[in-house]
Design a protein around this ligand. Structure first.
Ligand SMILES: Nc1nc2c(ncn2[C@@H]2O[C@H](COP(=O)(O)OP(=O)(O)OP(=O)(O)O)[C@@H](O)[C@H]2O)c(=O)[nH]1
Ligand SMILES: [Mg+2]
Length: 359
């Protein structure tokens, strides 16, 4: 073959390769958009922005179930359960794996030991097989989480105030919105008190919700005394014949003002109507795990918390925190948040919770 023929073949080959590269790039762009610098994106750009504190929650899409939303915590236990099954019972390696899984799920070291000591003793005594070990484990966990009064106190025809406390960003305002939606649906007239006057957008966020769910809103000027807002909201409830006042509070304040002192003051204002304060609900973000416990102790000391709303259980593998809250703080988990839509709040059902952990 002549040199000219070889050169011609090489030129043709180079043209074919170049054409193939151009076609592939176009296809990638068409399917997945183009990223910075013209590089193809592997995933399509998001269609919606994630909700922020001030953004409306998306519309609910059907009844949520705890079991469907506990996937991350359940996954943490799945390998341990599988290990038990493959060995037909529990050996020392399984007990270690189980302890590790409980601690990783933020059950807490003390509570994990307490659970395992009980299960181990019974399992050894009975020469339990894998299925029985799992049953003993579920029963032990259930004995911890199934304690306490989980009802939200309410008295027909009386003043009913439920106050929500917790550090910033845990989901207080969202929880109030979800709960107001539920109460309004059940026929109760609800007044929301925008007592978070620290953050300018806080009252706006609540106002948006009040309108959407059909609740009344009482708010003050930005920076107004939160106590005066609560006082006005309780008066408004009496005059308008409302059944329930939901008080939204700030999660942080100007450094010179102590949050706990401010919350104590709010409590005293509600207590001017004896018996009106039915619930002080501490809102905790489940994904903060054991760190949330330290916060919980502070709030419980300051304002006599009556129960916990555990939010964001949908996005965390730290669902074991439910056990620590109940075992170490002695506070009942009354409600759990399992998503960002108005429907994503469910009453905490211990049996469903334990089943969901090991399903
Ligand atoms: N995935 C998930 N997100 C939640 C849940 N509850 C609240 N959120 C989100 O958490 C963020 C903060 O919620 P907020 O209700 O504004 O929190 P907050 O405690 O009122 O915050 P501050 O007013 O700043 O103290 C929002 O983006 C909510 O949509 C939940 O159960 N699951
Ligand atoms: Mg808020």
């Amino acid at each position: 073959m002549s040199v000219a023929a070889i050169v011609a073949i090489l030129v043709v080959l180079a043209m074919v390769v170049a054409a193939a590269v151009v076609v592939t790039k176009r296809r990638l762009r068409g399917a997945a958009g183009t990223g910075a610098g013209g590089l193809p994106l592997l995933t399509p750009p998001p269609q919606t922005l994630p909700p922020t504190s001030d953004a409306p929650l998306p519309e609910p899409a059907g009844e949520p179930r705890l079991r469907d939303r506990l996937g991350k915590t359940r996954a943490a236990f799945a390998s341990v359960v599988a290990g038990l099954g493959s060995r037909g019972g529990a050996d020392s390696e399984d007990w270690e794996d189980l302890e590790e899984a409980l601690i990783l799920a933020d059950v807490g070291v003390a509570t994990a030991s307490k659970i395992l000591d009980g299960v181990k003793a019974k399992a050894t005594n009975e020469r339990a097989d894998a299925e029985r070990v799992l049953e003993l484990l579920k029963n032990e966990i259930l004995s911890i989480v199934a304690t306490g009064d989980r009802d939200l106190a309410y008295e027909q025809g009386a003043s009913n105030v439920w106050m929500f406390v917790g550090v910033n960003g845990v989901g207080k305002t969202t929880t109030i919105a979800k709960l107001a939606a539920r109460e309004v649906k059940s026929g109760r007239k609800v007044v929301m008190a925008a007592a978070d006057t620290f953050r300018a957008a806080a009252a706006e966020q609540l106002a948006h919700w009040a309108e959407l769910v059909g609740a009344d809103l009482v708010r003050g000027q930005d920076g107004a005394d939160p106590g005066s807002v609560v006082f006005d909201a309780m008066n408004a409830a009496v005059h308008r014949g409302a059944d329930l006042v939901l008080v939204d509070t700030a999660g942080r304040l100007h450094t010179k003002v102590n949050l706990m002192e401010e919350l104590k003051k709010l409590r005293r204002i509600v207590d001017r109507t004896p018996g009106a304060l039915k619930e002080v609900l501490l809102v905790l973000d489940a994904s903060t795990g054991q760190n949330g416990l330290a916060q919980a102790r502070q709030f419980a000391d300051a304002v006599e918390v009556t129960g916990v709303v555990l939010t964001k259980l949908d996005g965390t593998a730290k669902g074991g925190i439910v056990l620590a809250i109940q075992a170490e703080l002695g506070l009942p988990v009354k409600l759990v948040g399992i998503g960002e839509t108005a429907d994503d709040l469910v009453a905490f059902d211990p049996v469903e919770f334990v089943d969901a952990l090991f399903a």
